[in-house]
Write a protein that binds this ligand. Structure first.
Ligand code: C2E
Ligand code: MG
Ligand code: MG
Length: 550
């Protein structure tokens, strides 16, 4: 065997780095030697390989083979002196990884090529440690065999980290991540591994086997990091949500583990903020439903909004007991999912796209419907819901005006309800938008007033027409022990009157509540007592009946 293979230098270089793979080929015999690391990482048949070119080509991603062949062909034909290109090759885990491959040819005295030697650098593995936090990168998870070890893996995410960055800036966001990472490291046992998973998410592989112990430690850790002190003395309050998976029982491979951790963390963030949630079948089921929902909603939108429908719930005038108008409430039935409520599917539309199209559809239907009823029932006040995100869409105003023109609608009969008032981060822009819409005659309502911490703050900078009082204050008004609700509503309504706003009290579920609120200074009432939200036909029956419960 050629002595170029039995060379201590080869061994030394081969050992030098764990993400550089070296090879050398005796071109006279077409036998090559590959470093141990490359044999392991790419799952090669052995260190010595005959006709390695053909074998290696099979490892290269089909889309990158032309690039590779052209470059290496140029070297062997003598057209190029060095082989140098980047491509993806499959590793022993069946994944394609980016490599930078460099090589050159050594010739004998007569100019005949005798040796081809080179090295391949794993591009994605170059950063073993995250440059900001110094923690391991997730690439290093490749070295873990989750079927062999036993433990609990945790994925933790800082709640509302994006908000921290937008409030305090990127530099402070980075400082927070660095300090937070240090705290994790300090907290973890020596044999645990801590990875920076992505942005504000951290993965910890622990040797814990007891769920209760993991939960106890998690709580302790959250207690230690609930306030992070910055270099300039600023203190930032944070909360941390976590997902947890036991391995190998719940996940015996890296892919499965990461998958389940991500689902558990997402579930924690949505339902149990600030807590640790262990993976369960319920979470898997919720995730599957989420995927189906997304798909189903996308299909509905693509099929001309099939499955979407507006329901209508009357606004009742408390003195005349007449229907003064209605709120349009969105309903949807998908091909596969037929039992989803607005709270669920609207969130999916907002988080994964579609709310824009659906929102414009709602807007158009509401205007069209108001006009359609005009001749028979007079000018009803028709409201529709718009989230802050939708309001801030640059086309919102143009669309609204175009539908009003298209259907010859009257702006003064349309009420636009702003939902989720707590998420307003650009009150000035919203305020100018409200002023422009109101000057065109549209009416604006603040929905669910009283729930968001910013409600009162918002009143100071926004000019609106209606305040809608949240039903949680109203529903149990008639029951004993709810005097506080009475005082809150009575004062809220008084405040509305003094500020010159009209009011709508939602959630009137029975006659007693209707009587109590009816005595107060309220403009309109809404609730199951008068009618649940109903389809167009049913709503027209209510209108035909002319009067509603007195
Ligand atoms: P919201 O705008 O506050 O609508 C009132 C919700 O209270 C409706 O729930 C309605 O069915 C319910 N409700 C009415 N009367 C009573 C009552 O007496 N008692 C109780 N307990 N509840 C009552 P729904 O239809 O499930 O809608 C939930 C939320 O979804 C809405 O709250 C609104 O924020 C949102 N939403 C509905 N349609 C749309 C839409 O087209 N666009 C947007 N962005 N959000 C919408
Ligand atoms: Mg509403
Ligand atoms: Mg409401």
């Amino acid at each position: 065997m050629s002595d170029i293979f039995n060379n201590e230098l080869f061994e030394a270089f081969a050992e030098a780095s764990d993400n550089v793979y070296i090879y050398v080929c005796d071109m006279r015999t077409n036998v090559s030697r590959w470093s141990k690391a490359s044999v392991e990482y790419f799952g090669l048949e052995g260190e010595y390989i005959e006709d390695a070119g053909a074998m290696w080509e099979q490892h290269i991603h089909p889309d990158d083979r032309d690039v590779y062949n052209e470059d290496i062909g140029g070297v062997f034909s003598g057209a190029k002196s060095r082989h140098e290109c980047q491509y993806r090759a499959m590793n022993c885990y069946g994944e394609y990884v980016w490599l930078e491959c460099k090589g050159s040819i050594i010739k004998d005295k007569d100019g005949n090529p005798i040796i081809f030697a080179g090295l391949m650098t794993r591009l994605d593995g170059q950063n073993k440690f995250d440059s900001l936090t110094g923690l391991l990168t997730t690439h290093e998870l490749h070295h873990y065999d989750f079927s062999m070890k036993k433990g609990i893996a945790l994925l933790m995410g800082i709640d509302g980290f994006r908000k921290v960055v937008s409030n305090y800036g990127y530099n402070l966001g980075d400082e927070l991540l660095v300090t937070f990472s240090k705290k994790i490291k300090e907290f973890c046992e020596r044999d645990w591994r801590v990875f920076r998973f992505s942005g504000d998410e951290f993965l910890i592989i622990t040797s814990l086997v007891d769920k209760d112990e993991a939960e106890r430690l998690y709580k302790k850790f959250c207690g230690e990091v609930d306030t992070i002190e910055m270099a300039d003395g600023q203190r930032i309050g944070i909360s941390v949500s976590g997902g947890a998976v036991m391995f190998p029982q719940d996940a015996d491979s890296r892919e499965l583990l990461i998958n389940k951790l991500e689902h558990s963390l997402e579930y924690a963030k949505n339902h149990y903020r600030g807590e640790l949630v262990f993976f369960s079948e319920e979470i898997a089921e919720k995730h599957r439903r989420g995927l189906t929902l997304r798909e189903d909603l996308r299909n509905s939108i693509r099929n001309g909004f099939s499955g979407f429908e507006l329901f209508f719930q009357p606004f009742v005038n408390p003195d005349a007991h007449m229907i003064a108008g209605c709120e349009c409430l969105l309903r949807w039935k998908g091909e596969k999912i037929t039992d989803s409520y607005p709270m669920e599917f609207i969130k999916v539309l907002e988080d994964y796209g579609g709310i824009r199209e659906v929102g414009f559809w709602v807007m158009e239907q509401a205007i069209k419907q108001q006009v359609a009823w005009r001749e028979k029932y007079g000018d009803l006040q028709v409201s529709f819901n718009v989230s802050y995100q939708q309001f801030m869409d640059e086309d919102f105003e143009d669309k609204l005006i175009s539908y009003i023109e298209k259907y010859k609608g009257s702006p003064s009969s349309m009420i636009i309800e702003l939902t989720e008032s707590c998420q307003v981060d650009k009150p000035q822009e919203l305020s100018s938008m409200f002023d422009r819409l109101r000057s065109r005659g549209f009416k604006i309502a603040l929905d669910d007033f009283g729930t968001a911490y910013a409600s009162l703050e918002m009143l100071k900078c926004l000019h609106v027409d209606y305040i809608k009082v949240e039903h949680s204050f109203v529903r149990e008004l008639s029951e004993p022990g709810h005097d506080i609700d009475y005082v809150i509503i009575d004062n809220l309504l008084d405040m509305c009157r003094r500020l010159g706003y009209d009011s709508i009290v939602e959630g009137v579920e029975n006659g007693k509540v209707a009587d109590i609120v009816g005595e107060m200074d309220v403009t309109l009432l809404q609730g199951y007592y008068y009618s649940r939200p109903v389809c167009q036909k049913e709503f027209e029956k209510l209108l035909d009946a002319d009067k509603i419960k007195s």
